[in-house]
Each structure stands twice: as structure tokens, then as C-alpha cells.
Design a protein around this ligand. Structure first.
Ligand code: TYD
Length: 240
């Protein structure tokens, strides 16, 4: 069975870039990859994403959010992750269940036992083979988010003709990320970070912590180091 790899970290930690770099690396080596994200990935999941990350978000209490994240996860697991693995594809997922424990449990203060119950109901112990946790100080994540947002606003003011589809995507993402930082306190992100680190301390064989303040290239090299046991020709018994 090919590996199931999730990427986690605070908003702005750079995980989406690392997912793309790893997907490119694997594709160039003729390895088939399914790149997924949570929330999202399935049609219902993308709709749930809109609900969770759009303006209606304010109406949702923490438990409603948690249930929606798990509804999305259930869809993703059965419609995308399991089928992709059975077809022999590597699965790279931008966030998975650890995000619910970190954000809704540690961050928003929901009972962690509730998150564990949902894990048992929905993922049945189907945890990723490796979780790449890109660890970053909340203050650095926030300053990256506001820099990126300022740069994309300035670009749009100076050269509106530059709003090509791919730039538009990024600009929307940067703005959404910036607004999430504005909506939550730095303390919230400190709790989320602490939560992720506690999960990593409990499951050190699965959750590998990388320093997110390094350059994109350095991080990519470290990610390759983590996944190398799964590459064809290598033994993968070093990773649970
Ligand atoms: P992300 O996909 O990282 O956003 P983007 O693609 O815009 O960088 O994350 C979306 C947000 O959803 C992020 O703030 C974390 C949050 N989230 C949770 O709170 N719980 C979850 O279970 C998941 C999957 C995400």
C-alpha cells in the first residue's frame, strides 16, 4: 500500500507550498499522487469548506464546526483517500484529523475525548503513515500572513491586469489567511501550536516536527528525508 502523508501546522506555516513541492517531486519520478485538502477535496467537502471558512463561520459554535470538519473528513476518507490508496497512489493531504484536535480541541477548548470519539467513528484508526508538522511561532505566522496580504493588495492596486487565475487563487488564500489571524487572538494560535506539539510528543514515530522558519528549499529537503523510506527501492520499516 502506498503511503498516506498528512501535512499540519498553523495557518501560514508553509505547508501548502511543501505539499505542492512534494507532489511535483513524486510526479517527476512517475509516482502517482492524489493531492487532497481538508476541509475540501470532495464536492460536498468544498461546500463545507465554504461554510466553515466563509462569512457564515461566525454563526457556527465550536461543536458545529467540529461536526462539520468530521463530515468533511468522512467524505474525504471514503470518496478520495481510500480509493486513491487502493489505486496505488500516494496520498498527500493538506491537514487531517490532527487539525481538529489542535484547533477545536486545544485551540477552542472542546473536550479532547469528544474529538477522540469522532476519530474512532470516522477514521477507525486509519491515521496517516507520516504527518509532517511544520512548526512555526504564531507571531511569525501572523506577520507572514499580513505581509502576504499587503503584497497581494499592492500588486492588485498597481497591476490589476496581473490577476491571472493562479494569482487570483493565491490572493484569495492570502486574504482568507490574514482574516483568520485577525479573527483569532495570538493566544488561540499559541494553544493550537502547543496542541500540535503535544500530539507529536505522544506519537513521535508518526508526527515529525520540522522547523517552519527555514527556507522553502531547506524544508523541502527535510520533507524528502522524511518520506524517503517510502520511495521505490527503499525499505519503509523505519516509519510506522
Ligand atoms: P488551510 O487549509 O490551511 O487554509 P488555506 O488553504 O487557506 O491555507 O486551513 C483552513 C482552516 O481550517 C485553518 O484555519 C485550520 C482550520 N481547520 C480546523 O480548525 N479544524 C480542522 O479539522 C481542519 C481540517 C482545519
Amino acid at each position: 500500500m502506498p503511503p498516506f502523508i498528512s501535512f499540519e501546522g498553523l495557518d501560514g506555516c508553509g505547508k501548502t507550498t511543501q505539499v505542492r513541492l512534494l507532489a511535483d517531486y513524486l510526479t517527476q519520478r512517475d509516482i502517482q499522487v492524489a493531492v487532497l485538502r481538508e476541509p475540501g477535496s470532495t464536492p460536498a467537502g468544498e461546500w463545507i469548506r465554504e461554510l466553515l471558512l466563509g462569512s457564515l463561520n461566525k454563526e457556527l459554535d465550536p461543536l458545529s464546526k467540529l461536526l462539520l470538519f468530521y463530515t468533511d473528513r468522512n467524505q474525504n476518507l471514503h470518496k478520495k483517500i481510500i480509493p486513491a490508496l487502493s489505486e496505488g497512489k500516494w496520498v498527500l493531504c493538506d491537514r487531517f484529523a490532527d487539525a481538529s484536535a489542535a484547533y477545536q480541541g486545544y485551540g477552542l477548548g472542546l473536550d479532547l475525548a469528544l474529538v477522540e470519539t469522532l476519530d474512532r467513528m470516522v477514521i477507525h484508526g486509519r491515521k496517516p503513515d507520516v504527518t509532517v508538522l511544520i512548526d512555526i511561532e504564531p507571531s511569525l505566522a501572523r506577520s507572514r500572513a499580513s505581509d502576504r496580504n499587503r503584497r497581494s493588495e499592492a500588486r492588485n492596486r498597481q497591476s490589476p491586469q496581473l490577476s491571472l487565475p493562479f494569482l487570483g487563487d493565491n490572493d484569495d488564500r492570502f486574504e482568507a489567511e490574514f482574516l483568520r489571524f485577525e479573527a483569532e487572538s495570538l493566544d488561540f494560535f499559541r494553544r493550537v501550536r502547543e496542541g500540535y506539539l503535544q500530539i507529536a510528543a505522544r506519537e513521535p514515530n508518526r508526527v515529525r516536527v520540522l522547523n517552519g522558519s527555514q527556507t522553502i528549499e531547506q524544508l523541502h529537503k527535510e520533507v524528502l528525508g522524511l518520506i524517503s523510506p517510502f520511495l521505490p527501492g527503499n525499505r519503509c520499516d523505519g516509519v510506522e
